[in-house]
Design a protein around this ligand. Structure first.
Ligand SMILES: *[C@@H]1O[C@H](CO)[C@@H](O)[C@H](O)[C@H]1NC(C)=O
Ligand SMILES: *[C@@H]1O[C@H](CO)[C@@H](O)[C@H](O)[C@H]1NC(C)=O
Ligand SMILES: *[C@@H]1O[C@H](CO)[C@@H](O)[C@H](O)[C@H]1NC(C)=O
Ligand SMILES: *[C@@H]1O[C@H](CO)[C@@H](O)[C@H](O)[C@H]1NC(C)=O
Length: 442
C-alpha cells in the first residue's frame, strides 16, 4: 500500500505522487526541530518533565512498589475459638451457667458467629389457648366481637379463638391458640451475661499467597508456649496477639459495650496482610481493625422436649448479642522484571509524549485548522489549540485540545492571549496553502 501523504492544492501529478510515496517507504526520515527561545515555555516544559519523573519514581515505584509482581487473592482460612463462663439468675430459669456451647452460635468456630449477651427466656411453652400479650396492638380488645376467630394476630403469637379475656389485672386481650404462655417482652436493662465483656476470642488465620508459594499465620511463632494464654490484643502494646477481649473489640469499633450487650449488634473484624516478600518473612504481619456494622440484633431459638404429661413442649429463648464478622484481605508483592519494565516503559512513553507536544514542525503542510475564516489559530505548549477572532480585539484565545500532536501548528496570535501563548509561541508559521482562513497576521 502506498499512502498519499500530500493532499490539497499543492498535490503533484498523480503518478509522480505514487512513485514518490512508494520509494518514500524506504527513505529514512529525520525530524526537524524548531528551537523556541521562550523562557516561559522552556520552564514549563522542564517542569512537566520533572513532574513526570517525580510521579514515576516517587509514586509508581516507591509508594506503589511498581517494580513488584502482586498477589492480591490469597487462600484464606479462619478458625475462631471463644473462652469464658457466665452465670445468669432469672426468675424463669433460676441460676444458670452459660459456657461456650451455650453462648456461641454456631459453635463450629467459623468466621461469622454470634455471642449471646442478653436474652428473654420463656420456658415450658405448650400449644394451647392463652391471652395474647397486651403490647401487641392487634391483640387488644374490649369484647369478644373484636377478636374474629381464625384470624392470626398481626405481629402476634397465634391465631384468635374469638374470645376476649383478661391479661393480668389491667388488660383485656384476645385469646389466641399458639405456644402458651406468650413471651414476656421485658428485656433486662443490665445485660444478663455481663461477664461477656471478659470473654476472649482467639483467631487463627492463615493466608497462602499461592503465586509466591508463601504462607503465613497470625499466631506468630514463639518459643513461649503459654504466650497465647496470657496475651491480650492491644492496638498499641500488643498488636500481634491473636486473643481479643470482647469489650476491647466493641470499644475499638467505637461503640459502648453496655449498649451493644443490651440490645445486640454486629461488629466487623478485618484482618489485613500487606506483605513485601523482598523483605524477611517476619516483617509480614497482620493488622486488625474493627468497625460497627449494625446496631440491634436478636433472634429466637427454641429447644423441644416432652413434658411429664407427654405433651410436646418447648423452651423459647430470644437472644440478644453481638455478631462478629471476620474478613481477611491480603496482598503480597515481590520484585519481578516484567512490571518493572512495563512501568519504566510507561514513564518513557510519558516523557516522549511531552517532548512531542513541544516539538514544532515547520510548514509547508496541510491541515484543516479548526478555525473559521477570518480567525487565526495559535498553538500553545501541551497540545492546546487556541482560536481567536482578530476582528474582535478582546476575544479570548479559547484553548482546545489538539490530537495531532506531532503536527503542531504555530500560527500568528492575538495580542490578548494567556501568558504562555504569547510572543515567541507565535513564531508565526504561515502555511502557503492554508485552507479556510485568510492570513490574518498584522
Ligand atoms: C415479665 O417480666 C417482668 C420482669 O422480669 C416481670 O416483672 C413481669 O411480671 C413479667 N410479666 C409476665 C406477664 O410474666
Ligand atoms: C472483667 O475483668 C476485669 C479485670 O479482669 C474485672 O475487673 C471485671 O470485674 C470483670 N467483669 C466482670 C463482669 O466480671
Ligand atoms: C512450596 O513451599 C513448600 C514449603 O514452604 C515446599 O515444600 C513446596 O515444595 C513448595 N511448592 C512449590 C510448588 O514450590
Ligand atoms: C499454598 O497452597 C498451595 C495450593 O493449595 C499448596 O500447594 C502450597 O503447598 C501451599 N503453601 C504453603 C506454604 O502452605
Amino acid at each position: 500500500h502506498c499512502i498519499q501523504r500530500d493532499a490539497g492544492a499543492s498535490r503533484p501529478a498523480m503518478g509522480d505522487s505514487w512513485s514518490h510515496s512508494c520509494f518514500g517507504f524506504l527513505d529514512y526520515k529525520t525530524e526537524k526541530f524548531a528551537l523556541t527561545r521562550n523562557r516561559k515555555v522552556g520552564v514549563l516544559h522542564r517542569l512537566i518533565q520533572l513532574g513526570i519523573v517525580g510521579y514515576i519514581l516517587g509514586w509508581v515505584f516507591l509508594a506503589k512498589k511498581g517494580y513488584q509482581e502482586k498477589d492480591t487473592d490469597p487462600h484464606i482460612s479462619v478458625i475462631t475459638k471463644l473462652k469464658g463462663i457466665s452465670v445468669t439468675r432469672v426468675r424463669e430459669l433460676g441460676d444458670r451457667i452459660w459456657d461456650v456451647a451455650d453462648y456461641v452460635k454456631p459453635p463450629q468456630g467459623e468466621n461469622v458467629f454470634f455471642v449471646v449477651t442478653n436474652f428473654i427466656a420463656t420456658p415450658k411453652q405448650v400449644q394451647g389457648s392463652c391471652p395474647e400479650h397486651p403490647s401487641i396492638p392487634d391483640g387488644n380488645c374490649r369484647k369478644d366481637e373484636d377478636c374474629s376467630p381464625g384470624q392470626p394476630v398481626v405481629h402476634g403469637n397465634g391465631v384468635k379463638t374469638g374470645k376476649c379475656v383478661p391479661f393480668g389485672a389491667s388488660h383485656n386481650t384476645c385469646e389466641i391458640y399458639g405456644w402458651c404462655p406468650v413471651e414476656n417482652k421485658t428485656l433486662s436493662r443490665k445485660p444478663l451475661l455481663a461477664e461477656a465483656e471478659n470473654f476472649t476470642l482467639f483467631i487463627k488465620n492463615t493466608v497462602n499467597f499461592t503465586r509466591f508459594n508463601f504462607s503465613r499465620t497470625n499466631t506468630l511463632k514463639t518459643t513461649d508456649g503459654s504466650y497465647f494464654k496470657g496475651c491480650r490484643y492491644d492496638a498499641v502494646d500488643d498488636p500481634y496477639c491473636p486473643v481479643f477481649r470482647i469489650r476491647d473489640m466493641v470499644e475499638a469499633a467505637g461503640e459502648s459495650f453496655e449498649e451493644m450487650a443490651h440490645l445486640g449488634g454486629a461488629i466487623g473484624l478485618r484482618i489485613d496482610w500487606d506483605c513485601d516478600l523482598d523483605q524477611p518473612p517476619s516483617r509480614c504481619r497482620p493488622c486488625y481493625s474493627f468497625t460497627l456494622l449494625e446496631k440491634k440484633f436478636n433472634f429466637r431459638t427454641a429447644s423441644y422436649y416432652r413434658d411429664p404429661l407427654n405433651r410436646q413442649s418447648r423452651s423459647l429463648l430470644k437472644l440478644y448479642g453481638i455478631r462478629f464478622d471476620i474478613s481477611v484481605h491480603g496482598q503480597a508483592g515481590k520484585f519481578s522484571i516484567i512490571p518493572t519494565a512495563v512501568n519504566l516503559g510507561t514513564g518513557a512513553a510519558f516523557l516522549g509524549a511531552v517532548s512531542m507536544t513541544s516539538r514544532v514542525k515547520k510548514g509547508p503542510f496541510e491541515l484543516q485548522l479548526p478555525s473559521a475564516p477570518g480567525h487565526c489559530s495559535c498553538m500553545m505548549p501541551l497540545g492546546l489549540m487556541g482560536v481567536v477572532d482578530p476582528n474582535k480585539q478582546r476575544a479570548p484565545c479559547w484553548p482546545r485540545l489538539v490530537w495531532m500532536l506531532n503536527d503542531v501548528i504555530l500560527d500568528s496570535c492575538h495580542p490578548r492571549l494567556p501568558w504562555f501563548a504569547t510572543s515567541s509561541c507565535c513564531t508565526s508559521i504561515r502555511k502557503p496553502n492554508f485552507i479556510g482562513a485568510r492570513n490574518t497576521r498584522r
